[in-house]
Design a protein around this ligand. Structure first.
Ligand code: G3P
Length: 224
């Protein structure tokens, strides 16, 4: 499983990229607004992220009609070769994804929750599908169980005749809230987990690692 960072914060991206495990970035309108981003600077900001990351960078269209999403998608894809256009799972989104994929523009279909949504996203030509985990938990449903169903259903079929350049569809575990979400998504066979910075940091930490390190350092002092 690859690690993407779910953020629009350049400092977080720079730091995570320096760890050597970052394979991509996903952004969304909320994450961009959270860093105080402004519409006029959006293309420039996405370009900065694309230059910092050796991997796909998802930039979202907020348009509601297929023609507008296609127009957005073309504009976003022109920013950098590693841009992936993020499109919401909805009828207009499916139609736009079909058109963008036909032009060789990769799409990450977002706000995906259920198996039928995921299968439709795949059939429309999405290169990435982002089933959300945490938002199911927010409404007292089992986000990981829903995610497992999507992974299994997508794995049952070959969608390579629908994707850009016949590439394998990749499932991005999204709305990830904990290291346990990351662990379970990996066990279920997620291709990618897109993780907020604080959670990504927690993925490398464990109390037993800290305790073991403390002991090693103390014992090493004894041999000085
Ligand atoms: O980028 C989409 C997704 O990861 C958002 O997560 O935490 O806002 O549900 P969250």
């Amino acid at each position: 499983m690859k690690f993407f960072l779910d953020t629009a914060d350049l400092a977080e991206i720079e730091e995570a990229a320096s760890w050597g495990v970052l394979a991509g970035v996903t952004t969304n309108p909320t994450l961009y607004s959270r860093i105080g981003g402004k519409l006029a600077d959006f293309p420039n900001h996405i370009k900065k992220i694309c230059d910092m990351v050796d991997g796909p960078v998802s930039a979202e269209s907020v348009a509601m009609t297929r023609d507008e999403i296609i127009r957005d998608g073309r504009e976003l894809a022109a920013i950098a070769p590693n841009v992936v256009v993020k499109v919401p799972t909805m009828i207009e989104g499916l139609a736009a994804t079909k058109a963008l994929a036909a032009e060789g523009i990769p799409v990450n279909m977002t706000l995906c929750f259920t198996v039928p949504q995921a299968i439709m996203a795949a059939r429309s030509g999405a290169r990435y599908i982002s089933p959300f985990i945490g938002r199911f938990d927010d409404i007292s449903e089992d986000g990981l169980a829903q995610f497992a169903d999507v992974v299994q259903a997508i794995g049952n079929y070959d969608f390579t005749d629908h994707t850009v350049n016949g590439e394998k569809i990749e499932i991005i575990a999204a709305s990830v809230r904990s290291a346990n979400h990351v662990a379970q998504a990996a066990l279920m066979g997620a291709d990618i987990a897109t993780v907020p910075f604080a959670t990504l940091k927690k993925c490398v930490q464990h109390p037993l690692t800290d305790r073991g390190l403390e002991t090693f350092l103390k014992d090493w002092e004894k041999v000085q």
